[in-house]
Design a protein around this ligand. Structure first.
Ligand code: MN
Length: 161
């Protein structure tokens, strides 16, 4: 199975497990609108590769290996979603894109995205360059760089020297 597929399944199983304890074929079939027989096949593969404990008729739980991947993937999903929403992407598209991006971003890219979100949220106001970006997206015209902020930016740069 592809990494993306595995990661998405364990992510879903992690949520279902929190909700229901042991997860049954039908739970997954209902969530994904696929037939239970396909879910059984998926369970067999995931179990063979060590991501879940699978007991027929009793249900599945994630192994520690599966849980680790689920938590990591979910964390990436949340951070990328926040990042895209900060940029002005609408929530639904941000979620969908995050579900793709979470599987292939280089760890160093992921690290910078996490730090980007942190530093933007660490401020009490929306940074002016983000406001300008949103204005640009909305109007199609690149807004002027606010001259009154030029001195403040220089001062900030000086402070760091
Ligand atoms: Mn995904």
């Amino acid at each position: 199975m592809k990494d993306k597929t595995i990661e998405d399944y364990v992510e879903l199983l992690y949520d279902l497990e929190k909700e229901k304890g042991k997860v049954h074929t039908n739970d997954v079939a209902n969530s994904l609108s696929i037939n239970p027989a396909s879910v059984t096949e998926i369970f067999q593969k995931l179990s063979k590769e060590g991501y879940i404990h699978y007991e027929k008729y009793i249900g599945v739980t994630l192994t520690s290996k599966g849980k680790k991947i689920a938590i990591e993937t979910q964390e990436k999903h949340e951070k990328i979603t926040e990042f895209l929403i900060l940029l002005g992407v609408n929530k639904k598209i941000a979620q969908e894109d995050a579900c793709e991006m979470e599987h292939f971003l280089h760890p160093s890219t992921m690290d910078i995205i996490i730090k980007f979100v942190e530093i933007v949220k660490n401020c009490n106001y929306t940074p002016f360059w983000l406001e300008r970006l949103k204005e640009y997206v909305k109007t199609g015209n690149v807004p002027d760089c606010p001259p009154e902020l030029y001195d403040a930016c220089l001062k900030y740069a000086d402070r760091k020297k």
